[in-house]
Design a protein around this ligand. Structure first.
Ligand code: HEC
Ligand code: HEC
Length: 542
């Protein structure tokens, strides 16, 4: 039987077993997590779930590796991607201990100049989920840090990989237009101006001169280098891998050395690299953040722990975030449909673009989560996972399951990934006395479950954050204020249908649960059980 059929058959059997309530998993159900053997010597927990099976060395396995080294990150990403995603999730949820290198915050006295190092205002936590932990078990929202004087709110990370891919493809589009303008100017011997449009979003215009130089003064909403940086509220970071390495250091005092970003940012000989998740780093085009340590032996903190974060940990984290599910869509009614129509009519969608299309999706799976009061058990949501890989049988014990690289329409996104000036109510003081006047359009997916709002979390509800819009959105806000109360309410109601959810309490085709089962039984309540897709059983529980 061809591999793909075999795999689909396995998945089918598991779904069938799950439907019969016969499927149990050693992975159980999971939330912000300690390692099982840390909270019970010997790891003898009487019930499933609630802790991580693997120790940190077991999660690291044989390290970064390659597709021929069993137990390595690249091997699992290629040959057991569902497990690699779960491993990343367990690392995201993991409570790191001091013995594993957690802390200090910047240095032993946590003292310094915040204008030189914002991490002095970040947290010192033991887990990514400490700040991105709501709803429980998700890569959600919840934390707040003082890296800026007015604070920054931790956004949810649902759909993050889609955001990275959209921004990267749009950057390539803008740069192709720049190249075309240069070619045209050189060929014609006169200055040439081209509008900068990527996936239908307008970023002003660029003018090229016959000598090959470019004038970027009319570029709008993106830096002069035309690189769209989707991460951080003011648009500062390009890739999830860089962000994860930075967060481990700034929020948890954990230093990652990374062969990929260390090579890309090498001061003497920077080289282009592709991460195991398929992000292409080209130092000839862009500069990237250098990891805190690039020598596997020395440790900049001098706190006794060397090699705190193995590259494999970063590989799994990036792959988890790349494939992380999109937010869900709750019940649509005549009222909410009217709300969306009104948002389009008054101009909200001129910045909050409802959908954008990815040309080449690097994910291996998609999860579509919708309102389904029949099959939803805990939250009236039902998630349908579908794979987006093809099977490459290279004669090894397990075939490679590689991303198809097909187009994907990112629906209910509601962002243009562009920076806008929303006026004084959104302007943000920085520690050095300067003012940050532009922020990236916040994607509205998930907005129904993530109060409070704004990059600083200073708006208490949806109506307040909409009324806070000014500057480029002044006319649109005035149009909102002119609507009747019931029209405004329709917009709010629509926004409330854009939700995020706890994966361990959301029924799915990977574990539909049993509506008549015991509510205390983690399996019966339905879960997005990635374990159902694992290929390599000898790797054991996660
Ligand atoms: C102490 C709280 C805290 C911890 C712990 C934390 N984060 Fe964050 N995270 C934030 C805040 C706040 C932001 C928003 C930053 C900003 O816009 O200035 C953020 C933003 C992000 C973003 C960018 C999202 C976006 O849309 O801009 C990513 C990715 C991310 N965090 C990943 C992680 C990972 C991975 C970890 C664990 C290694 C982690 N975070 C730990 C608070 C935290
Ligand atoms: C000129 C572009 C623009 C227009 C027009 C616009 N927005 Fe926004 N919106 C933004 C930007 C940029 C942010 C991020 C602000 C921040 O936090 O720094 C934002 C933030 C938001 C947020 C908060 C999201 C969160 O998670 O904190 C909501 C809700 C929102 N907008 C709804 C609307 C609605 C509804 C309309 C129409 C009445 C609208 N916006 C019109 C650009 C715009």
């Amino acid at each position: 039987m061809p591999q793909k059929q075999r795999i689909l058959l396995i998945v089918g059997c598991i779904i069938f077993l799950a439907a019969l309530g016969l499927w149990t998993t050693s992975n159980g159900v999971l939330a912000e997590l300690s390692q099982c053997s840390q909270i019970n010597t010997g790891g003898n927990i009487a019930i499933t779930g609630g802790c991580i099976v693997k120790t940190l060395p077991e999660q690291i396995g044989t390290g970064h590796g390659d597709e021929y080294t069993p137990g390595s990150a690249v091997y699992l990403i290629r040959r057991d991607p569902a497990r690699a995603i779960r491993r990343g999730r367990q690392i995201f949820q993991r409570k790191f201990s001091a013995a594993e290198g957690q802390g200090p915050r910047v240095n032993f006295t946590s003292t310094g100049d915040i204008t030189e190092n914002r991490a002095l205002g970040a947290g010192l936590t033991d887990s990514c989920a400490a700040c991105h932990g709501r709803p429980r078990g998700a890569a959600g929202f919840g934390g707040d840090v003082a890296t800026f004087p007015e604070s920054r709110d931790a956004p949810h990370l649902f759909g993050l990989g889609l955001q990275e891919m959209l921004a990267d493809e749009m950057t390539a589009d803008l740069r192709a237009i720049r190249q075309q303008a240069v070619d045209d100017a050189v060929a014609s011997g006169t200055p040439v101006t081209h509008p900068l449009i990527a996936k239908g979003i307008h970023f002003g215009a660029i003018t090229a001169h016959p000598d090959g130089s470019v004038d970027t003064s009319a570029v709008d909403g993106v830096n002069a280098d035309l690189r769209i940086r989707p991460f951080f509220a003011h648009g500062a970071t390009v890739s999830m891998r860089e962000f994860a390495i930075g967060a481990f250091k700034a929020e948890m005092g954990l230093e990652a050395w990374d062969p990929i970003l260390c090579a890309v940012t090498d001061t003497n000989n920077p080289v282009a690299m592709t991460s195991p998740s398929g992000f292409v780093y080209d130092p000839a085009q862009d500069t990237y953040e250098r990891p805190p340590v690039c020598d596997a032996i020395t440790d900049g903190d001098n706190d006794g722990v060397v090699n705190e974060i193995d590259p494999a940990i970063i590989d799994y984290m990036e792959f988890y975030l790349l494939n992380y599910f999109r937010p869900g869509v709750y019940e649509q009614t005549v009222h909410t449909t009217k709300g969306l129509q009104l948002m389009t009519r008054i101009g909200c969608t001129s910045c909050h673009t409802p959908s954008l299309t990815i040309n080449q999706d690097r994910r291996v799976a998609d999860v579509n989560t919708v309102y389904d009061p029949v099959n939803g058990i805990y939250n009236d949501l039902f998630a349908t996972a579908s794979t987006r890989f093809w099977v490459f049988d290279d004669g090894q014990p397990y075939p490679q399951l590689l991303p198809e690289g097909q187009p994907f329409v990112v629906e209910n996104f509601f962002s243009d990934l562009k920076r806008h000036d929303l006026g004084p109510m959104f302007h943000e003081r920085d520690w050095d006395g300067s003012l940050i006047t532009e922020h990236v359009t916040e994607p509205l997916w998930g907005v129904g479950t993530t109060a409070p709002y704004g990059h600083d979390g200073r708006s208490i509800n949806l109506d307040a954050v909409i009324r806070r819009h000014g500057g480029e959105a002044e006319a649109v806000r005035l149009a909102y204020e002119r609507l009747s109360w019931s029209q405004q309410e329709a917009i709010i109601r629509f926004l409330q249908t854009l939700v995020i959810f706890p994966p361990d309490d959301t029924a799915s085709n990977l574990n539909p649960g049993d509506p008549n089962g015991d509510p205390q039984d983690p399996i019966a309540r339905g879960t997005i059980n990635l374990g159902a897709l694992f290929q390599i059983s000898e790797e054991g529980g996660e």
